[in-house]
Write a protein that binds this ligand. Structure first.
Ligand code: SF4
Length: 98
């Protein structure tokens, strides 16, 4: 019986906090541009920061916003670089056409 009350209190606190996290995550959910995910998937994913950004995700965002060029990623291989540049061209062309 001595252990039942603390277990119930901790369980209730856990339930309430879990519910709070669920509600807050639903309320503050931000839909991210799926193109950033596509670009990030084409980067080496080393998150080394050699490009001057905090990681591949930030670099992908900057590429989509035309704030940098693919060559800023130092470890990217030539074939991946060419593929990414073609992908970006396609995205920007589609964006221009509406
Ligand atoms: S240099 Fe390339 S691999 Fe390194 S964090 Fe930047 S985008 Fe990612």
């Amino acid at each position: 019986m001595d252990i039942l009350l603390p277990a119930l209190v901790l369980g209730a606190i856990g339930f309430v906090l879990g519910l709070l996290i669920f509600v807050v995550s639903k309320y503050f959910h931000v839909e991210e541009d799926h193109r950033i995910e596509q670009i990030e998937a084409m980067l080496p994913k080393y998150n080394c920061g050699a490009c001057g950004y905090a990681g591949c995700h930030d670099m992908a965002t900057a590429l989509l916003n035309k704030e940098c060029i693919v060559s800023q990623c130092k470890p990217i291989k030539q074939d991946a670089k060419v593929a990414l540049m073609a992908h970006l061209d396609q995205l920007f062309k589609a964006e221009k056409e509406g």
